[in-house]
Design a protein around this ligand. Structure first.
Ligand code: GLU
Length: 440
């Protein structure tokens, strides 16, 4: 189904020959402008593709978010944020503009920011060529296979790097760069000349979508906190000066490059990549943008569109057993975050269970984040304070350490029958808890 869909949308955009090849790097102006490919890579490593997905091209600016991730991982947030901001500049990618006063580049996706970021990959420990090697290895880890450099494109760009050199000299004059600007630009251009396929790009995007874990190799390439930072910056600054249109119409954190690649990372779902070399006036791939617009609409991929899930979190709330052996069972369901945990809390407050035993059944819970875990344990702790015996049915250890913070771990059992039929302790019953005590 998905490969057919991809073929169909490629067919829809194929005849669009508008846009121009990137002319300022002579080698890039020589590529076949008709190339067209699209790949979806799921967070569990499945790849759907159509078109020229194994043709290699240079990564160019799509390297920026990944090298930003490496710099954050290597030098830490404070060092990187001290030198490069996170504000959209609203200007073209190669604008020679820096923040007034500090001389800091506005963000890591414009060239000034990306050149600075390159210098922050293991800045202290590494000589420039080792730093480039670290960058190539890091990009390879995101892609899940060893990547090489296109020496011809690299040399061609280096010969015409006047503008990037001017930017780097400006950065040096503000002490944002502390080394020879030519060496940093040389390294940055090698970073841009790393060869990738559309398939590689989709896997790199899927690694971002998969909280920093490469879906193929299972390697945690960078920490989750770094991924959050990168995706946030992509959603505001990823598409050059077209970021606002993109955020509203497509709504997928994305990055484009002048060689015609385009990636999008949809957190928790998929990585998407397209390749088509002709560019619009912003420097974004014309047919790539059309493809992403279609993907977003056809497949409901806008990040701001979320399912109405919280209602289904408490799947059932019923009483099992009878008399003094009555057990209140709350069957929970799906992925639980703050709003889901709030729903559970409210359910307990509203029903104010009077049964001596309360069971939270987590068998059907697929994930529960840290905040929701703590909230659920607090709901359970309050029930215990009210004199209820609380059990968790948690065969997959969704809550590995069910301690609400007072040292009194809740009893965990593997199935509901066990929780219902276990002999009851003699529990001190304080009577039916009133809403006041539950909602102070
Ligand atoms: N190497 C290119 C430059 O710095 C990358 C630009 C891009 O892909 O947007 O000019």
């Amino acid at each position: 189904m998905i490969p057919d869909y991809l073929e169909e949308v490629l067919g829809n955009v194929a005849s669009d020959a508008t846009g121009e090849l990137a002319g300022y790097i002579p080698e890039l102006a020589a590529v076949d402008p008709e190339r067209l490919g699209a790949v979806f890579a799921t967070v569990d490593g499945h790849v759907y593709s159509a078109g020229d997905v194994d043709a290699e091209f240079t990564i160019q600016s799509i390297s920026k978010p990944f090298v930003y991730a490496l710099a954050l991982a290597d030098s830490g947030f404070d060092a990187v944020l001290g030198k490069v901001g996170v504000e959209p500049s609203g200007e073209a990618f190669n604008q020679i503009s820096l923040e007034e006063g500090t001389g800091r580049p506005f963000n890591p996706m414009i060239n000034a920011g990306a050149i600075t970021v390159h210098s922050l990959v293991r800045s202290e420990q590494l000589a420039p060529d080792e730093r480039v090697a670290r960058v190539v290895r890091g990009l390879s880890a995101f892609a899940g296979r060893p990547l090489g450099v296109d020496e011809a494109v690299c040399a061609s760009e280096m010969e015409n790097a006047h503008r990037n050199l001017a930017i780097a000299h400006m950065l040096r004059s503000h002490d944002i760069l502390t080394e020879d600007p030519r060496i940093v630009v040389d390294g940055y251009i090698r970073q841009c000349s790393v060869l990738v396929t559309t398939r590689d790009l989709a896997m790199m995007a899927a690694t971002l979508a998969n909280r920093g874990v490469n879906p193929l190799t299972g390697e945690q390439v960078v920490a989750e906190r770094v991924v959050r930072q990168v995706l946030s910056v992509l959603s505001t600054c990823g598409m050059y000066d077209a970021a606002g249109d993109w955020a509203t119409q497509v709504g997928i954190p994305a990055k484009s490059g002048v060689s015609g690649g385009l990636i999008g990372a949809l957190p928790g779902q998929i990585g998407v990549a397209t390749f088509s070399p002709r560019l619009d006036s912003h420097g974004n791939s014309v047919r790539g943008v059309s493809l992403f617009e279609r993907f977003s609409t056809d497949m409901g991929l806008h990040v701001m569109e979320v399912p109405a899930a919280a209602r289904a979190i408490v799947r059932s709330n019923h009483v099992a057993g009878s008399g003094l052996r009555e057990v209140r069972v709350l069957q929970l369901h799906g992925g639980i975050r703050f709003a889901g945990a709030e729903r559970i809390d409210r359910e307990v407050v509203d029903t104010a269970p009077s049964e001596p035993r309360v069971v939270f059944d987590l068998t059907m819970v697929s994930s529960i984040d840290d905040v929701a875990r703590r909230m659920l344990l607090e709901v359970a702790r309050r029930l215990r304070v009210e004199g209820r015996e609380v059990y968790l049915v948690d065969p997959e250890a969704m809550i590995p350490d069910p301690d609400p913070g007072d040292g009194g771990r809740f009893e965990v059992v593997d199935d509901l029958d066990q929780a219902v039929s276990l002999p009851h302790e003699v529990v001190a019953r304080n009577g039916r808890p009133g809403a006041r005590e539950w909602n102070p």
